[in-house]
Design a protein around this ligand. Sequence first.
Ligand code: HSE
Length: 298
Amino acid sequence: MSLVAGRVTVTVPATSANLGPGFDSLGLALGLHDTLHAEVIAGGLEIEVTGAGADSVPRDESHLVVRSMRQAFAVLGENPSGLRLTCENVIPHARGLGSSSAAIVGGLALARALVRDGRERLTDDELFELAAEIEGHPDNVAPAVYGGFTISGNDDAFYAVTAPVDERLSAVVFIPPTGVETKVARGLLPAEVPHADAAANSGRAALMVAALGFAPDQLHRATRDYLHQDYRRPAMPESLALVDALRADGIAAIVSGAGPTVLAFVVENADELLARTPAGWVSHHLRIDTAGVRASLA
Ligand code: HSE
C-alpha cells in the first residue's frame, strides 16, 4: 500500500500571465493562494468548496481538481478507494489570475502528496508538463509550479525556465466585479499583426526580463504590449481605461493574463496605488510568490 494515511494539504499561488509583451509566455506567481486538502477514504468522492466558485463548481468527477488528481494517479499507477477533497478557494475565477491553473497544479500536487514516494515518481518538471497538457498552455501553470517569474512556451514539448525577480518588487492587483472568459478574450485577437508591432513587442519582451530581474526603472517601458491588450479592449473597457490612466502617470500597469484584472508593479509604496481602486472593484497588494506549489502532511 503506497498511499499516505491521513490528510495532505497543498497551497498553490495565483499567477499573472503575459505581463504585457510576453503573450502566452511570461508568467509571475503572486502571494495569493488557494489551499486544498485531500485524504483517501474507504469509498466514494466527497467534495467541499468554500470561497471563489463555491456556488458554481461541480461536486463530482468533473471538478477540475479531481480530474487533475485522477490524471496524476494514473501516471503514478495508483487508484485510491475513495477521496475526500476540501478546497478553500481564494483566487477569483475568470479574472486572469490563473485559477484554473491553480486547480490543475493543486490537484496534481495533491495526488502526488498522497503517494508515499510521489515526488520521486512524478518530479516537478513532469508535473509541469502534465499540468500544461491539461491546461493546454504553460504560461500560468509554470509559475504555479515553480514560483517566481517564468518564461515558458511550447515547441515540440512544453518548456519553462525561472528567471530572477528584483527583491524590491511587489504588485497591486485590481479585480473587477465581473469576469471575462479567456475564450472570449482570445476570440478578439487578430490572425496577423503588423511587422512593426511584432518587432516592437519583441524588444519589450526582452527588456522585461531585465526589468523584472534587476532594472525596475525600465518596467514602464518594458510592460508596453503590442499584441493583445488593445485588441481586447471591447471585452474589458474599464480595465483598459485603468491601465491607460495608470500608465499615463508613469506606473507599469498591464492586463493580467486574458483579463480583466489589472496588475501594477510596485517598487516602493503601494498605498497611492490602492487608493486608485475603482468603485466596486477589489484590490490587493501582493508579494511575489517564490515557492510555487507546496504540499505538507495534515
Ligand atoms: N496568455 C493567455 C491569453 C492567458 O492572454 O489569452 C493565460 O494563459
